[in-house]
Design a protein around this ligand. Structure first.
Ligand code: DC
Length: 221
């Protein structure tokens, strides 16, 4: 597995993962990898093809054939920039269903490991510290109170908080209760509650942890 320094950040939707992972990666000069965007890209493709999301064989095929690139903060699927499209609520729901399929996870996990092995990275998701990189040097489980997570998502999406809270709850339950790689805190991950933290405070807390778990936060290969 990877010899590069990996900072694994897992947690439920709206916990602040993307904001923190992105800013920490920028501060350290690491590659930022949003693994959820990969599940979203496969889900978008399946929806566009009008596929039955219970057709496991075809879903696996899509996950293997999807050409997903993550340049900077963008998401490119089969050569098309789908950064905005994958945030659609319909895609969020489909992504959570697609992500419950072991064969899809297997395909994307291989890709995530390949990207992570290419150089020091900050990878965020649900199973990065538990399954994708169980030997990651730094593992953080980000969390926040459900109301706060819903408020953050609602302001990102410009949607009513109640609707967002309900959708978030449904997906969280599915992500936490699925048989394959459920959302759970790795025993050696640091728990960080961001409910009352600003993004800058959360970033500082993560950077402090990185410094503690590595000699100087920069001893990567
Ligand atoms: O982080 P996100 O909301 O963009 O993730 C989209 C979906 O993909 C979400 O339902 C959880 C799932 N996911 C996963 O199962 N494993 C990951 N490593 C990342 C995301």
């Amino acid at each position: 597995m990877s010899k590069s320094l990996i900072i694994a950040i897992d947690g439920p939707g709206g916990s602040g993962k993307s904001t923190v992972a992105r800013s920490v990666a920028r501060r350290l000069g690491f590659t930022y990898i949003d693994s959820g965007a990969m599940y979203r890209a496969v889900a978008l493709w399946a929806l566009r093809l009008g596929m039955d999301l219970d057709d496991l064989h075809r879903l696996e095929q899509l996950a293997r054939e999807a050409h997903i690139e993550l340049p900077g903060d963008r998401v490119v699927l089969n050569g098309e920039d789908v950064t905005a499209q994958i945030r659609d609520p319909q895609v969020s729901e489909a992504a959570s269903r697609v992500a419950a399929q072991p064969a899809v996870r297997r395909a994307l996990r291989e890709e995530q490991r390949r990207i992570g092995a290419a150089g020091p990275s900050v990878m965020e998701g649900r199973d990065i510290g538990t399954v994708v990189f169980p030997d990651a040097q730094v593992k953080i489980f980000l969390d926040a109170q459900p109301e706060q997570r819903a408020r953050r998502r609602a302001s990102e999406l410009g949607a009513p908080v109640d609707d967002v809270a309900r959708d978030l709850e449904t997906r969280d339950q599915r992500d936490r209760n699925r048989a394959e790689a459920p959302l759970t805190q790795a025993p050696d991950a640091e728990y960080l509650d961001t409910t009352h933290l600003t993004p800058a405070q959360a970033e500082e807390a993560v950077l402090k942890l990185v410094r503690e778990r590595t000699s100087n936060g920069k001893d990567h290969k």
